[in-house]
Design a protein around this ligand. Structure first.
Ligand SMILES: Cc1ncc(COP(=O)(O)O)c(C=O)c1O
Length: 396
């Protein structure tokens, strides 16, 4: 293929905020991506848990074309049918009565933070605006979601940090209880920390959250941006825990690759937002919400939650065989198709070797490699990934 020097051209004109691999991806089909050199890769990154139906999914492409021909955008001055249909589906699936559509995970969390603070001020008192989040959490890159993100290293260059966030070690019940004060309006948490290392909430911690919610009048906000929309084997990961969230936030897999975010709240809580209290130009536009409708319909029609659970079992069993051969694997974590393989050594070389051998995987904090295949990944593709991963580990 003709050389266009895309990486050099990109470096010349794009801000240097991403650690990019040199490859230029030009097309995708199902679980595979193809680069400009014509090399094909088994994609177990899925755009970082985004391409839930794989690449160039036929139904999603059809939706893009049909809805694109009909109506792409008309503004929130008017109703549009795909957004109402999507809100009906999400409220039915979650039991939470109202939705606000945004464009990304950070925006979904930003809106949830605003709603929680408005509720706190109106219900608990003028100073009840503090939100408790977890250390090693990740909630986004806007100023509020950055402040919510419990990673000091990310805050330091952007001081002053937005005030009103307290941080607790994940699963540390004593710290959580000690951190809740009369000014606390909400706890914001991922039930499985994705970027933070595929760490799962303990049952005791869930219990402590429930007690705080009931006894201290504190809202529970679950960030399902990475774990939601089937990724962990249920529509929402919180369903697998004994939790009763007041707000959940979504993005990533919801649009199957088309940008969309959302937050849902219980009916009573949602009444604290009235006309003018929050807004967006693009959020809930017909094209984005039509794509999300197709994602949800396909998960349902193709029984993809069942596939996620079957492929989880197959993947974990295969990884356990590899773990027995390679004791540098210290644990296999996660649920559904959000799997973390923790090593007792740095993982960059392993990931690079996987790329060289045609398997795309991604790191998470704490020497973890994440496998995030599409929800419709096949049995054969899981075996293929295990073969490549096993071969790479044998050369380490
Ligand atoms: C749990 C969680 N919340 C929020 C975000 C931010 O989403 P976005 O990058 O769409 O703003 C991410 C992104 O990785 C995430 O994993």
């Amino acid at each position: 293929m003709e050389k266009h020097n895309w990486p050099q051209r990109g470096e010349a004109v794009l801000m240097n905020t991403f650690k990019r691999d040199g490859k230029v991806m030009v097309s995708g089909q199902g679980s595979f991506l193809t680069d400009a050199e014509g090399r094909t890769y088994l994609d177990f990154i899925s755009g970082i848990a985004v391409n839930s139906l794989g690449h160039s999914n036929e139904k999603l492409v059809e939706t893009l074309v049909n809805q694109g021909q009909q109506l792409i955008h008309s503004s929130n001055l008017f109703w549009n049918t795909p957004s109402i249909q999507l809100a009906e589906k999400l409220t039915k699936l979650s039991g939470l009565g109202k939705v606000f559509f945004a464009n990304s995970g950070a925006e979904a969390n930003e809106g949830a933070i605003k709603l929680a603070r408005k509720w706190g001020r109106e219900v608990k008192g003028p100073n009840a605006t503090t939100i408790v989040t977890m250390k090693q959490s990740f909630h986004g890159r806007t100023m509020a979601t950055l402040a919510a993100t419990g990673q000091e290293a990310m805050h330091k260059d952007y001081a002053p940090n937005l005030p009103g966030f307290d941080y607790v070690t994940f699963n540390d019940i004593d710290q959580l209880k000690a951190t809740i004060i009369p000014q606390t309006c909400a706890v914001l948490i991922e039930v499985i920390q994705g970027e933070g290392g595929v760490n799962t909430l303990s049952e005791d911690f869930v219990q402590a959250i429930n007690e705080i919610q009931q006894e201290k009048q504190v809202l529970v906000i679950i960030d399902e941006v990475q774990t939601g929309i089937g990724r962990t084997g249920s529509y929402f990961a919180y369903e697998q825990f004994d939790l009763d969230p007041d707000i959940i936030t979504l993005a990533k897999g919801l649009g199957g690759g088309f940008p969309i975010g959302a937050f849902l709240a219980k009916d009573d809580l949602a009444t604290h937002f009235q006309v003018g209290d929050h807004g967006t130009t693009f959020g809930g536009n017909p094209l984005a919400t039509a794509c999300a409708n197709t994602v949800l319909d396909t998960i349902n029609e193709d029984n993809l939650l069942n596939n996620v659970n079957q492929r989880h079992k197959q993947l974990v069993e295969g990884l356990q065989v590899l773990q027995a051969k390679h004791p540098t694997i210290s644990s296999i974590k996660g649920r559904g198709l959000l799997i973390g393989i923790q090593f007792d050594q740095a993982v960059d070389d392993i990931i690079n070797d996987c790329f060289d051998q045609g398997l795309l995987v991604i790191s998470a904090k704490g020497n973890v490699i994440r496998f995030l295949p599409p929800l419709n990944v096949s049995e054969e593709e899981i075996n293929q990934a295990l073969d490549i991963f096993g071969a790479v580990l044998s050369t380490q």
